[in-house]
Design a protein around this ligand. Structure first.
Ligand SMILES: [Ca+2]
Ligand SMILES: [Ca+2]
Length: 500
């Protein structure tokens, strides 16, 4: 019996699978989750090779890892799109199953239903799960517009809103918090695996870049509402889908991001938009520098190869695209997020569609760490994509903006096709758009006056009547599946919330 036991043990030890298992239990992987605030994927060279934004460190992550072309945030029921987005990151739940109450008022109409929003959800958020699993958890990020009940569970937390143009008042401060933490670990010879939530306050406005980087992108921190910033050829060019005005009202009167962003206000002229893009780029390059510092430190500590690194944003942003300025729309520049992953086993230089949401991050981290994913999580692990076994984890994507007049905006995407619907301002605006994203990736509208007949909104084109019916049905099915409490004018519902 003893001999047999030794033989089995020897056999197990010689098996490569067993050897890999043992190695991974000896040293579990670390996680560095980088999240910036308000960045369109199309700002980055990784997504737009013509972009003039220099991000050598993000580019290197992409070259050594995997780039996702289909990464989305599911949407928001408040103007502060950050808030639901960051809840989804923390708890892995779909948008209508999130906490959403402010001063007793339900922002998410489902928020009081314990079947849809578990009252003890904070105990099943990213820091809670990883603390229980023996990870050291650390966080730096902006304050506010996020999930405080989860944020406060990180063992080490250094949050502050840093949107200034100096080291102390800007992104350098967030970088310093992570470097200080890594230095302390090194000195204490702390060997536990770690999860670092490395958040930035920029490039969210106010986009006060450092003088050096502002100069590089030809921009100024423009503060005078009554004048235009100077034109400068070094500024980023206007985006291809720029418009001076969106063709119809977005449905959220007095929306801060569309009327009150310092440096832009309600202006959409070329000088204002190019200057603001220059400011956005200055802030984004500064973020890239901080990422570089942290990666260098991880390398020096010998931890880099055992660390999964994710780079993303809480959502995109318009800044002149389609005549919009904010993050309260469902065009690709804003519905999508940049998403890059690098780490053990992820093929260098790979690129996938993915079709992931930010709410899939948490189950993926659990999967990679070998932690059981809690039942509260509704997202899906995209580890099979990271492993190169799948190229996408779902076919249909759903998006919502419901922070202004109701029911607001919805989008649905499947394959190359995308539908966006608007039902706002008490029925004054009822619009449907349909795009073939393979032929019209910038979502050109008739106002862009493109020659190619596919480079426009195809919703009313009789040639695509069947496609539109299919997309409309998909949208309704997603709204039902996800407990969307609203219905649109043409969705044939008796739901009492549909008209108000
Ligand atoms: Ca944000
Ligand atoms: Ca420790």
């Amino acid at each position: 019996m003893l001999l047999w036991g030794i033989a089995v043990a020897a056999l197990l030890q010689s098996s490569p699978l067993r050897a890999a298992d043992e190695a991974s239990t000896k040293k579990r992987p670390n996680f560095l989750f980088i999240i910036v605030d308000d960045q369109s994927p199309f700002d980055l060279k990784v997504y737009d090779p013509k972009s003039t934004l220099d991000t050598p460190n993000i580019d290197r992550l992409a070259a050594q890892g995997m780039v996702f072309d289909g990464a989305y945030h599911m949407g928001a029921f408040v103007g502060a799109v950050c808030t639901p987005s960051r809840h989804m990151v923390m708890c892995g739940r779909t948008v209508w199953h999130l906490p959403g109450k402010r001063r007793g008022k339900l922002l998410n109409p489902n928020a009081d239903d314990p079947k849809l929003v578990p009252p003890d959800l904070a105990q099943y958020t990213m820091p809670a799960i990883f603390n229980r699993a023996g990870y050291d958890t650390m966080r730096t990020c902006k304050n506010g517009n996020s999930y405080e009940a989860a944020n406060k569970l990180f063992t080490v937390r250094h949050d502050a809103t840093k949107r200034g143009g100096t080291d102390q008042s800007g992104s350098v401060w967030h970088g310093d918090q992570v470097l200080d933490y890594l230095n302390e670990r090194e000195q204490a010879k702390d060997d536990d695996p770690f999860l670092i939530y490395f958040g930035f306050s920029h490039p969210h406005d106010t986009r006060d870049g450092t003088p050096e980087l502002l100069k590089k992108y030809g921009a100024v921190n423009h503060t005078d509402k009554n004048s235009l910033p100077p034109a400068d050829p070094k500024q980023p060019k206007l985006p291809p889908n720029y418009l001076e005005k969106h063709p119809f009202h977005h449905g959220h009167p007095n929306l801060r991001d569309e009327v009150a962003v310092s440096g832009v206000w309600e202006k959409r002229d070329e000088r204002t938009i190019r200057n603001e893009l220059g400011r956005e780029f200055a802030c984004s390059e500064n973020i890239d520098k901080q990422i570089g510092r942290v990666l260098q430190k991880l390398d020096a500590m010998g931890e880099l190869d055992n660390t999964y690194i994710f780079y993303t944003s809480d959502h995109g942003i318009a800044i002149g695209r389609h005549g919009l300025q904010g993050k309260q729309n469902l065009y690709e520049h804003t519905w999508r997020v940049p998403f890059i992953a690098k780490g053990p086993g992820i093929k260098a230089g790979s690129r996938v569609q993915g079709n992931i949401y930010l709410l899939d991050v948490l189950p993926t981290l659990c999967d990679l760490a070998g932690i059981k994913t809690p039942k509260t999580v509704e997202g899906e692990s995209f580890k099979p994509v990271l492993d190169g076994k799948e190229s996408a984890i779902r076919d249909v994507l759903y998006g919502v903006y419901c922070g202004g007049t109701k029911p607001g905006m919805r989008s649905v995407k499947k394959g190359d096709w995308k539908l966006i619907k608007y039902d706002v301002l008490d029925g004054k605006v009822r619009e449907t758009q349909m795009f073939n994203l393979a032929k019209n990736p910038h979502e050109y509208l008739p106002e862009h006056q493109r020659d190619n007949p596919l480079e426009t909104d195809l919703a009313e084109d009789p040639k695509y009547k069947e496609k539109r019916a299919e997309m409309e049905a998909l949208l309704l099915a997603e709204m039902e599946r996800l407990d969307d409490p609203y219905r649109f004018w043409d969705q044939g519902s008796t739901d009492t919330k549909s008209t108000k």
